[in-house]
Each structure stands twice: as structure tokens, then as C-alpha cells.
Design a protein around this ligand. Structure first.
Ligand code: ZN
Length: 342
């Protein structure tokens, strides 16, 4: 029996077909229409409907490249179920190289949104009604903010849905953060609807970090395989299982000044260890940035200029720190992130 066609924003995609759909969001005040670009791949056989979306924060372009490579991947030719791929959700911010919307709102704090609210609220509402609400599973792709980089990591509430932990495990990122939800985020909205959802955080805003993109593409394909959407083999060896962090905290600049980092992204550090030095330009005053716990550096600032109190090193804590270190080392030998120290 043939599967029904999939319909998105008035476009029908027949089983075995794919379509690129421009979902109208708004008009610019120049009168130019603005669209969210979407590609739907509708398999011949039934299965989950997975939404993979990037650039809800408009400057997080690693995520856009992950979606492009996913859509070019031959693995999805014989898909079971449906892939809704949205390379750029915040099209306004993407054009402006900005994380935010033109009204300076963060789209990822605007869900579920409303058709009568602010611009952010309207875009969230439209994206939700046309696209998000059709998905049975979601992977939301992010990077660190501007001048900040993240070791590839999955953020999810692992106990929220029986499938969430399985998706997080399948992804194969070196670190999983059992992260709390931000009110108004896509993840918060989806999870409250009972939809299993992962956030992948990797690399830096406004950059292409190959060590964030390549494992992102593989991770999405691995999740789709786990969900039974893709047949076929794992061509690559499976990475060691990620350790789940049981918390994280930021080490902050003790004084205003210029930072010299002393550790790399992914480093294992111990409580009290000096992660970097901050000095004024003369070197008269110098302060140490110290780790507040044993853990792994999963995020750090790349801009060497810091104000007192600025978050510089994100350290995740683990029950099984050895295993966490192994997972990160294995990841780094595969992808070799180079960062921080020269
Ligand atoms: Zn983001």
C-alpha cells in the first residue's frame, strides 16, 4: 500500500520524492519577501519524521554546512520515513551574520510564539506550525557563540523520553550534557510536546570548523540509522560511548586584561589548575583563571580580551572522568581539533 504524500506549506511530496520548499516568513521593509528554505525527503516506506535544523542562531554556520552535506549524502537515497532539513531557520540573522533577529530577540527564546506577537514570536510560531509540529524526532544544530568554541557535545534531557537517550548515544559525540532546558527554546517546546529532541553544539559561530561539521553529519546519520530510517552498515568504527556530564561550570576572568590560555579545548583539568593567565597590557597586574572543579574543557573563549568576570573556560564534570577523557582523546585523534595554544 502506497504511503500518503507529505505536505509542507502547501507543497505535496510524493513517496520516494524530494522537494525544496521556500516557506514564506515575512516581507522585508524593502518589500522583498523572505523565506525559510526547507528540503523534504519523503521515503517510500513509512517511518519517523525527523527534523534536522540549523542556524536558529543566524551566525551558527557550521550547522548550515552539516545540513547541506546531509542532503548530499547518498545514504538518504533509500530513506524510511521522512527527513525535513532546514539549513537556516533564522534567515534574518544569517543575512546579517547575527545570532539574533532584527529586533535583537533570540529566536531560540521565542517558542512556542504567537501569530500576533513580536517578530521573533511570529517567526517561531510560523516555523512551529508549518514545520516543527510535523516532526516525530528533532535534531537542532548549534555552535558556540561568537568568539567562543565548543567541543562537539550533545545536550539533551536524557530521561525526558525513552528515545532521547538512545538518540544521544547513537550520535557519537564525545560528550553528552544532561542539560537543563531554556524557557522558550525549540528544545523546551518539543520536549514538552513529548517529542525526543537533541541539540548538537560544536565549533564556533561564523566559522567552518571541519572537526565540528564532519562528526555532526555522521552523528545525524547514526541517529537516523538507530531510528531505523537508514539501512546499511556503519562504514566507520563506532566511537567509544560518550560519557554523560553531571554538571558544568565556567571559569571566569579574575581581572580585566588580555588572556593567554594554558589549556586546549578537550583538556582534562583538575580543580585549582591554572587554565589561563590574564594580564594588563604592561604585565603589571596578572591574574590566574582557575578551574573550579575536576573535569574536561568543553568550551572556551577564542578572543584573548576579557573583562573581569567574563566566562572563559567551560568545564564539564563527570562521574567517570577517565572514560570521559578516553572518549575525548579518541574523538580528537579522529578529528584533531586545533584550538587555543599554538
Ligand atoms: Zn545556538
Amino acid at each position: 500500500m502506497a504511503r500518503p504524500a507529505f505536505e509542507l506549506a502547501g507543497t505535496r511530496v510524493e513517496p520516494g520524492g524530494r522537494a525544496q520548499i521556500d516557506v514564506p516568513v515575512a516581507k522585508l521593509y524593502t518589500h522583498a519577501p523572505l523565506h525559510i528554505p526547507v528540503e523534504v525527503v519523503h521515503g517510500r516506506q513509512k517511518g519517523p519524521v525527523i527534523l534536522v535544523c540549523g542556524a536558529i542562531h543566524g551566525d551558527e554556520i557550521n550547522s548550515v554546512e552539516i545540513v547541506r552535506r546531509l542532503l548530499r549524502s547518498r545514504a538518504i537515497a533509500r530513506l524510511r520515513g521522512t527527513l525535513i532539513a532546514v539549513p537556516i531557520v533564522n534567515v534574518f540573522g544569517f543575512v546579517q551574520h547575527s545570532r539574533y533577529l532584527p529586533d535583537r530577540r533570540d529566536l531560540n527564546r521565542c517558542f512556542p510564539g504567537s501569530g500576533e506577537g513580536s517578530l521573533g514570536s511570529r517567526v517561531a510560531s510560523l516555523f512551529r506550525e508549518q514545520i516543527v509540529d510535523q516532526a516525530t524526532h528533532i535534531i537542532d544544530l548549534h555552535t558556540g557563540a561568537i568568539h567562543r568554541t565548543n567541543l562537539p557535545q550533545i545536550r539533551a534531557q536524557l530521561t525526558s523520553h525513552p528515545e532521547t537517550a538512545s538518540m544521544a548515544d547513537a550520535f557519537g559525540a564525545p560528550v553528552i550534557l544532561n542539560a537543563e532546558l531554556r524557557e522558550g527554546s525549540l528544545r523546551h517546546y518539543a520536549q514538552n510536546r513529548g517529542v525526543p529532541v537533541l541539540t548538537y553544539e560544536a565549533g564556533e559561530a561564523l566559522r567552518f570548523d571541519e572537526w565540528a561539521i564532519a562528526p555532526g553529519v555522521r552523528g545525524v546519520l547514526r541517529v537516523m540509522r538507530r531510528l531505523g530510517m537508514l539501512a546499511g552498515e556503519h562504514r566507520r568504527r563506532r566511537p567509544p560511548p560518550a560519557e554523560v556530564a553531571n554538571g558544568s561550570s565556567w571559569a571566569r576572568a579574575p581581572i580585566d586584561g588580555i588572556l593567554r590560555p594554558r589549556v586546549r579545548l578537550g583538556a582534562r583539568v583538575s580543580r585549582g589548575q591554572v587554565l589561563g593567565l590574564v594580564a594588563d597590557p604592561f604585565g603589571n597586574a596578572e591574574g590566574e583563571v582557575k578551574a573550579t572543579a575536576d573535569g574536561i574543557v568543553i568550551g572556551m573563549g577564542n578572543l584573548p580580551l576579557a573583562n573581569e568576570g567574563e566566562a572563559l573556560f567551560h568545564v564539564a564534570r563527570f562521574e567517570a572522568i577517565e572514560e570521559a577523557e578516553n572518549a575525548v582523546e579518541s574523538f580528537q585523534s579522529d578529528y584533531e581539533p586545533s584550538n587555543g595554544l599554538s
